[in-house]
Design a protein around this ligand. Structure first.
Ligand code: BTN
Length: 270
């Protein structure tokens, strides 16, 4: 059991400059959803750089209206509350940065080959270990807040039947107990570093190559689940603005902005 997950344990290990520092770190034993708590905190105080953590969630939210399970003592549920002054249309790149920071944090703390499935998931041995849900409020391209919510299956061993074949945890893949406090701290440190660079450049050019080097969608045939029609293509990885560059069999190259991409051999597409 991972019992080291507390505000004090994270505080002690966290070596960021501003993210989650001092009174910008909140910890809950149980909460509805850390993303929802981040919204409440924004309404109260508008604090930038806040990290909200929970040992468990009872109404955790996944993407596309799905729910997300964060059972007690086995998972990390965390949300970053940010109020950046860049324009809202570049905010989706924050998900890319979060995925990279989390994959790097997992690699550092566990030694596991954590890879990114563009744009929102971290997979290990082809199974999903992390999901990211980014939510934003903006007016006239001006951001009120961005909330990046990340759920990590740390020592979860049982999953709901619908995801039992496609989900895994750090414990199941490594056979080791992983410190949730340490993983939270390392991930935040990577994120802060990437985020500061992103704020200067307003694009992903500083870490695009690193992202692509651990992206399962690099140099692979993929199936693009475009609402206007699915198709197969060859993926060249992401460009400087986070879109996936794919080449159709007709040789037409397309930057895929949204919709999901599945990869042969990876869950959801076989
Ligand atoms: C997905 O569907 O893959 C995204 C899952 C995101 C889950 C995290 S857990 C912390 C934060 N709070 C939530 O309610 N959801 C996100």
């Amino acid at each position: 059991m991972n019992n080291d997950f507390s505000k004090e344990a994270v505080e002690e290990l966290l070596h960021t400059k501003w993210l989650g520092k001092g009174d910008k770190l909140r910890f809950f034993e149980s909460i509805d959803s850390t993303n929802e708590e981040a919204k409440r905190i924004f309404e109260e105080s508008g604090t930038d750089g806040m990290i909200i953590l929970a040992d468990s969630q009872n109404a955790g939210k996944g993407r596309r209206g799905r729910s997300w399970q964060s059972p007690p003592s086995t998972a990390i549920a965390m949300s970053y509350l940010l109020t950046p002054d860049f324009q809202a249309d570049i905010a989706p790149m924050l998900t890319i940065i979060m995925a990279l920071a989390t994959a790097k944090g997992i690699r550092k703390v566990t030694g596991l080959d954590a890879s990114i499935k563009w744009p929102n998931d971290i997979v290990i041995n082809g199974k999903k270990t992390v999901g990211i849900l980014t939510e934003m409020s903006a007016e006239n391209n001006r951001i009120n807040y961005c909330i990046i919510g990340t759920g990590i299956n740390v020592s979860v061993t049982e999953f709901p039947p619908e995801i039992a074949d496609t989900a895994t945890s750090l414990y199941l893949e490594s056979g080791k107990e992983i410190s949730r406090a340490e993983l939270t701290a390392r991930t935040a440190e990577y994120f802060e570093e990437y985020y500061e660079e992103f704020c200067k450049r307003k694009d992903l050019s500083a870490f695009r190559d690193e992202y692509n080097s651990i992206c399962v969608n690099l140099n692979k045939r993929v199936r693009v689940l475009d609402p206007k029609g699915e198709y197969e293509a060859f993926s060249y990885g992401i460009n400087d603005t986070g879109e996936l560059i794919v080449e159709k069999d007709t040789k037409e190259k397309i930057a895929v902005y949204s919709g999901e991409v599945s990869v042969r051999g990876i869950y959801g597409y076989s």
